[in-house]
Design a protein around this ligand. Structure first.
Ligand code: GTP
Ligand code: MG
Length: 198
């Protein structure tokens, strides 16, 4: 990945009509449970402190947030799933927003699915993966907050995660930490390999 020369917030969309028209611009979308570390990972990749807003309160990012990088491609921070304290209506709105987003963005977009390494995957992560695979997304898988899992316990923790999410052993899974910067290069390399023009 070349240097990040510019990274700017572009737009927040809570309805499909506000999605950014693709116009052939490459798009990388970050998906995962609420609080999994999507916004933090995005900031880490871009070496920006607070471009995407992060929070210790889950359910913070409720919209589809677009960022423009090097005037060349887009990062998309998607609202997280699995936040318990939202209403049924909000949950329905969220599901609709995701359906609309992926209908518009795939197969063009590169999708990055984030799974919390400490939580080791939940039923919702498995469903999210199933959903993305059914849409033909071929996601890049990232285990976030890997700094929270002691090195001696990682193999076991990641095996458990794979089982719960139903990830085949041969499926690459990038171990990532915003705290230690582990996995940053690997993830950039993987994103770039999916998107020739980056
Ligand atoms: N230890 C550790 N904590 C992290 C890491 N990445 C994120 N966090 C923390 O996890 C919490 C949630 O991070 P966010 O980036 O806001 O999570 P999100 O997935 O964007 O959450 P929503 O927008 O609510 O869907 C924050 O308190 C972060 O500081 C990491 O690599 N290591
Ligand atoms: Mg967020």
């Amino acid at each position: 990945m070349e240097k990040i020369q510019s990274a700017e917030f572009l737009r927040s969309a809570i309805l499909a009509k506000d999605f950014l028209p693709s116009q052939g611009v490459p798009e990388v979308a970050f998906v995962g449970r609420s609080n999994v570390g999507k916004s933090t990972l995005l900031n880490t990749l871009l070496r920006r402190k607070a471009l995407a807003r992060t929070s210790s309160t889950p359910g913070r990012t409720q919209a589809v947030n677009y960022f423009r990088i090097n005037n060349k491609f887009h990062f998309v921070d998607l609202p997280g799933y699995g936040y318990a304290k939202i209403s049924k209506d909000d949950r329905r709105r969220w599901a609709r927003l995701m359906d609309d987003y992926f209908a518009a963005a795939l197969p063009r977009a590169v999708v990055v699915l984030l799974i919390d390494a400490k939580v080791q995957g939940t039923d919702l992560d498995r469903q999210a993966n199933e959903y993305l695979v059914s849409l033909g997304a071929n996601p890049i898988y990232v285990a976030t907050k890997i700094d929270k899992v002691p090195r001696g316990k990682r193999v076991k923790a990641l095996r458990e995660l794979r089982e719960r999410v139903n990830l085949a052993p041969e499926q690459p899974l990038i171990e990532f930490s915003a705290t230690t910067q582990e996995g940053v290069k690997d993830l950039w390399r993987e994103i770039a390999s999916r998107q020739e023009s980056l």
